[in-house]
Design a protein around this ligand. Structure first.
Ligand SMILES: Cc1cc2nc3c(=O)[nH]c(=O)nc-3n(C[C@H](O)[C@H](O)[C@H](O)COP(=O)(O)O)c2cc1C
Length: 362
């Protein structure tokens, strides 16, 4: 069960409390390498794809803290990918050094567009390609892409089969339960995806139109895991090492994909897999690193827009997250961000052990 309460604590106490007294079992489990499509990944704690959040700048900062087994780009439009210029694209861009541990997520509504895009993803040297079957934004549904594919499983499977035949890199599918709470269609889809050669499933057990306000049905991850023999990663509302352990134990899933909490605290990958505790000034340092990385990778307007989205999840760390977000909402430039970070983020700030749900479920 997830804690919706937000008890407060000091930063130092929180650092200790977020690590269970015996995290060695979790660390051992997470640090067991896994082979996906013939390629070995060093650990089983991955970064989930998130539009506007898992861009190249965030991944640079993530790389600084280390220990993320596999990272996913934000969703890239399959129609645009074949002609994208990584030097100027806000989504289809990366650092050469991250490619061995980076999967490009594609969203598309036809086999043809996905195949052409997946071939480019392979040529560029990504670890693998991931097909999005979870996004229920209106534009995606209109294009019959993302979560719309869960309404037409035959089409979804034939599109993925076409991608599978077109590339030799690992193929992932990230999907949700479907458009009703019945898990049977998702189980049937998982089996068919395995049959056409998908290498790994990442499952987020929520219905498609749910914007993360209702809790995920974690037990449904077990239903997917038991239906197939390819690796299944669980995802949804994992914010503490205990949630991670519970998901692994109760579902038998092969690993865990973390979304929002990874933006709130990107050092969690190192913390949960090695037990190392971050420096108590880590929050301020993190914001300063983000400001630098956003400035390097984006023009000023795009950079500050991404900063404000990032700040929602960062602020969820704190008991008075709304006030912190309000303070940073005045930032118009990265210099403003740096000044505000130095003035308003300090080790003494009261933290929420579980993220502030009003912000986190934004
Ligand atoms: C702002 C935001 C953008 C997201 N964009 C994507 C996306 O592009 N592709 C995708 O598969 N999932 C996307 N997701 C869903 C996440 O990958 C993940 O499934 C969800 O946040 C639940 O995991 P969490 O509780 O660990 O955050 C997004 C989530 C958020 C909060």
């Amino acid at each position: 069960m997830l804690h919706l309460m937000t008890p407060t604590t000091s930063l130092a106490a929180s650092m200790n409390k977020t690590i269970p007294s015996d995290f060695s079992r979790l660390a051992a489990q997470l640090n067991t390498p896994i082979v996906i499509g013939g390629k070995t990944i060093p650990n089983r704690l991955w970064l989930a794809p998130m539009a506007g959040l898992t861009h190249s700048a965030f991944r640079k900062v993530l790389g600084h803290y280390g220990s993320c087994g596999l990272a996913f780009t934000e969703m890239c439009n399959a129609k645009a990918v074949p002609t994208e210029n990584p030097r100027v694209s806000p989504v289809f861009s990366w650092q050469e050094c991250e490619l061995p541990g980076l999967v490009c997520q594609l969203v598309g509504g036809t086999a043809e567009e996905l195949v052409i895009a997946a071939k480019r993803v392979e040529r560029e040297g990504f670890f693998g390609v991931d097909i999005n079957m979870g996004c229920s934004a209106r534009g995606m549904i209109k294009r019959e892409a993302g979560a719309a594919l869960l309404k037409t499983p035959e089409k979804a499977v034939s599109m993925v089969e076409a991608v599978r035949k077109a590339v030799s890199i690992p193929v992932f599918v990230k999907f949700r339960t479907g458009w009703s709470r019945d898990i049977a269609p998702a189980v049937a889809l998982a089996r068919e995806l395995e049959a056409v050669g998908v290498d790994c499933l990442v499952f987020h057990p929520r219905v498609a139109p749910d914007k993360r306000t209702r809790p995920p049905i974690i037990d449904h991850i077990r239903s997917i895991k038991e239906a197939v023999s390819i690796p299944v990663f669980g995802n949804g509302n994992v914010t503490t090492p205990q949630h991670c352990q519970d998901m692994l134990d109760s579902t038998g899933c092969d690993g865990v994909s973390v979304g929002r909490m990874a933006v709130a605290r990107p050092w969690l990958f190192a913390q949960w897999t090695t037990g190392c505790a971050p420096d108590e000034n880590v929050f301020q340092e993190y914001v300063l690193r983000m400001a630098d990385a956003l400035e390097q990778d984006f023009d000023p307007i795009r950079g500050i827009k991404r900063f404000h989205l990032f700040m929602v999840y960062f602020a969820a760390n704190f008991r008075f997250g709304h006030s912190l977000q309000a303070v940073f909402s005045t930032a118009k430039t990265m210099d403003d961000v740096r000044r505000l970070a130095k003035e308003h983020i300090s080790p003494g700030m009261p933290l929420s052990i579980s993220p502030n749900m009003n912000l986190y479920n934004f």
